[in-house]
Design a protein around this ligand. Sequence first.
Ligand code: ZN
Length: 257
Amino acid sequence: MTDTHTHIYMPDVFPDYGVEAAGRAIEAGVTRMVFPCVNENSLPAMRKLHEAFPRNTRLALGLHPTDLEGDWRAQLDRMEQMLPGDFAAIGEVGIDLYHDASQRAEQREAFARQLRWAVKHSLPVIIHCREGLDDTLEVLQELKNECELPQLIFHSFTGGPEEVRRIREVCDPLFGINGVVTFKNAPAVREALPVIGLDRMLLETDAPWLSPAPLRGRTNESARIPLIRDCIAATLGVSPEEVESRTDSAAYNLFFK
Ligand SMILES: [Zn+2]
């Protein structure tokens, strides 16, 4: 299995840079992990864990929409210089107006710019979209008017069937499903699963956040992917093995091929 979105490299949560957590994941059958980048300060820790498990892990490069601080345009310049390097994706990038909508224009600018990196280097894009679907789809549509869109992943997807349909009017992304699917109070995403279909779905934990039931509220880690797999299987009425093999081939092709 692949955890397509995990931050277990964060030393403030995992003081050993996630080495033990990655070991537990591999033992649980989660043999591949993708580390999204929040800002350039994420990179040394991401690299440390990647160097401990080079075959099992992949790195993404990106500036998170809620991290547009200081001279963030210069930070984007520095990141751009690092590409393509050994990065397997651009992310996590996108729009997040949940706590603060005052940087809407800046978030759109940063998102659009990083999408162009993905086009240039043929990399998939891990999209973080929270209270920002209109803006996200507008930015994607603007790019689509100029060129072919890169491969897109709507990470931490928690919307319902209607949201899937709206997104598909603009693009045909993969949808990252995490522990939220196991939460009693999140029926929308469970209703969306059959609309998404197993071949357009990726498993992710978003560790250390969003630990799945029955471990909700704890520090999350990549070893809990099987809880998410099993919930998806039960919801769709298919075997866990089928969820595993179909989501995993998409994840492998995107990040590890
Ligand atoms: Zn994340």
